[in-house]
Design a protein around this ligand. Structure first.
Ligand code: NIG
Ligand code: FE
Length: 420
């Protein structure tokens, strides 16, 4: 059955980010936005058919206007649906006790090394059924959608055994089928060394490489392959080995790099040709330069620094050095229990030195590039998916200026109004 076309008109500012589908944006290009005033979009089925000024589209579609569902966007801004390129969506339980411990002085790594942290979520996730994981994920997906997010990446990594890693990825696939938000899956079997392998982490890395990666590829459970490269977790050597092994099976490398300590993770990301290096709180200048050279996207997670009360990544410096920067929530139960991309955009301005325009680019088209989806989403252009976000502010700067509030007015996903 065909649905009515949707005509959105009179957007005060329509932020198109057009012409950016081939390459992630760097330097000055991150500020361009390509805004159309009094903007309009014509949507048919799940696709943007045309984007331009209201006058242009009213002329072009004159004979069909009576047939369309009209959305008047006067006084509001229209942007591409937000993209979150790094989440740990699928998990059981929560860890507010650890939050309390950290407020009393314990560190994230101390908690993890004492069997809490990722290990705590792993034992809860191992016990949960696939259905329970789907249910918990759907609740979070609703929260993402209400904050204007229409596509996310989601990682496994709370199983650390094949059965549970697989269960997380199949739960993500089911949640994707059941919910309007699109989910792109990442395998992260090497998220922590499980207690069973504490004395022999190399054997665990070999297990992931030999037993898990081939099944992930064969069952097409994930597009990307990620590892937590951090002192006390996995070394750069182990990370290189695992990411190279994934590449041979067609899994694209991603890496949790230089989050807690400098560990040459950014350098490694450039060397293995990762699509993105994520976190980068302690990335070196050399690592940034190597990433810029190779076009590795820096996925910055300002909520993690905020919630761990750590100094934020040097986003300004990365952009100035030519790294294409994207933003993400890192949604997870330990270091960033949030689904709010708009708050991440605000933090990126306040703590990383990004401008509101750069934050928008980082949360849309560059985020889409970080998960290889820029051909479909991340900008408002004819032929792209009709994933759109209408915000109740008159210009894009007010989105960041009025902080800590949800300005979502309407969300359109795959050509359907899903939040109103
Ligand atoms: O991206 N750094 C490692 N992994 C997650 C946190 C996972 C957790 O604490 O449950 C992160 O911050
Ligand atoms: Fe993460």
């Amino acid at each position: 059955m065909h649905s009515k076309p949707i005509f959105i008109k009179h957007a005060n500012q329509m932020i198109t980010l057009k012409g950016s589908s081939a390459q992630p944006l760097t330097k000055e290009k991150m500020s361009e936005l390509h805004i159309i005033e009094d903007g309009a979009v014509w949507i048919e089925e799940d696709i943007i058919k045309s984007a331009g000024t209201t006058a242009e589209l009213e002329a072009d579609y004159q004979s069909r206007l009576h047939d369309a569902e009209i959305i008047d966007a006067s006084g509001k801004i229209l942007l591409p649906g937000l993209v979150d390129p790094h989440t740990h969506l699928v998990y059981a339980g929560s860890r507010e006790e650890e939050f309390n411990m950290r407020l009393n002085g314990a560190t994230y790594m101390e908690i993890m090394n004492n069997g809490g942290g990722i290990h705590a979520t792993t034992s809860m996730t191992r016990k949960a059924s696939e259905e329970e994981l789907v249910e918990a994920s759907l609740v979070r997906l609703d929260r993402f959608l209400k904050h204007g997010v229409t596509t996310i990446e989601a990682k496994s990594g709370y199983g650390l055994d094949w059965e549970t890693e697989r269960k997380q990825l199949t739960a993500a696939r089911k949640a994707d089928e059941l919910h309007p938000v699109d989910i792109i899956r990442t395998f992260m079997g090497a998220h922590a060394v499980p207690a069973e392998y504490k004395e022999n982490p190399d054997a665990f890395v070999d297990l992931v490489i030999e037993e898990m990666l081939p099944k992930v590829a064969e069952e097409k459970l994930a597009v990307f392959n990620d590892i937590f490269c951090e002192r006390g977790v996995f070394t750069p050597e182990q990370s290189r080995k695992l990411l190279e092994a994934g590449k041979k099976l067609g899994l694209i490398p991603k890496i949790h790099a230089d989050e807690i300590e400098p560990y040459e993770g950014a350098e490694l990301a450039a060397e293995v040709g990762a699509i993105s290096a994520d976190h980068l709180l302690r990335a070196s200048d050399k690592g940034m330069e190597m990433m810029a050279e190779k076009g590795v996207i820096g996925v910055l997670l300002p909520g993690t620094a905020f919630f761990l009360m750590a100094e934020a990544a040097r986003g300004r410096r990365m952009i100035d050095k030519g790294v294409p920067v994207a933003l993400s929530t890192d949604c997870n139960p330990g270091s960033s229990p949030t689904c709010s991309m708009p708050f991440m955009m605000n933090l990126a301005c306040m703590h990383m030195g990004l401008t509101p325009a750069e934050a928008i680019t980082a949360a849309t088209i560059n985020a889409a590039h970080a998960i290889n989806r820029a051909k479909d989403v991340g900008s408002i252009e004819a032929g792209k998916k009709a994933d759109l976000l209408l915000l109740n502010v008159p210009n894009y700067m007010q989105m960041q200026y009025h902080y800590g509030m949800n300005h979502t007015d309407t969300v359109i996903k795959n050509g359907k109004v899903v939040v109103k």
